[in-house]
Write a protein that binds this ligand. Sequence first.
Ligand SMILES: C[S@@+](CC[C@H](N)C(=O)[O-])C[C@H]1O[C@@H](n2cnc3c(N)ncnc32)[C@H](O)[C@@H]1O
Length: 174
Amino acid sequence: MRSIRHSADLRPTYESAKITMVKLNLGCGSDIKEGFVNIDLIKQQGVDVVHDLSKSLPYESGSVDFILASDVLEHFPKAKCHGILKDWVRVLRSGGQIHVRVPNIELICEKLYKNILPDDILIELIYGGQNNHGNFHYNAFTKATLTAAMRGAGCSEIARIWDSDHNSNLIGVK
Ligand SMILES: C[S@@+](CC[C@H](N)C(=O)[O-])C[C@H]1O[C@@H](n2cnc3c(N)ncnc32)[C@H](O)[C@@H]1O
């Protein structure tokens, strides 16, 4: 008679199964994330793929599980933003998630108005550090305009919205 396998017997099989998720860190800069494909216009240590994000991502449609785009969407002119965001959502699989973080101009203006931070720091948050060609801001967002942009690009739901300092963070689901 065959013995009933103890549940612990199953563990090696489960652990050896290679469940790999494709995760992209777009406009990574020096914020290199382990387990992600780190992508940026500028080559520096830890960048896996040098790619201009104003061009289509070199991934098949529906082939990516998760996208992080932190402090990068504001680096594109308003007229290009929709097409770029749409391309990012294109590569996500159905149910895949995209986390977009952008400076929130409402929060920045509030801090400027209330003198919460020095003016030059807040102005830099709006226009970018401008210390290299990848560090200019061409667009600004509020929570409402970013939500609309993500929905317009094909996110079927916005799962979470929260503010951190002067930024808005939205997680969209395809
Ligand atoms: C403010 S940094 C954000 C870095 C990082 N994501 C973070 O949150 O700390 C913006 C990054 O976007 C990159 N970037 C700007 N324009 C880009 C483009 N057209 N294609 C790819 N990366 C770009 C810049 O090189 C820079 O590393």
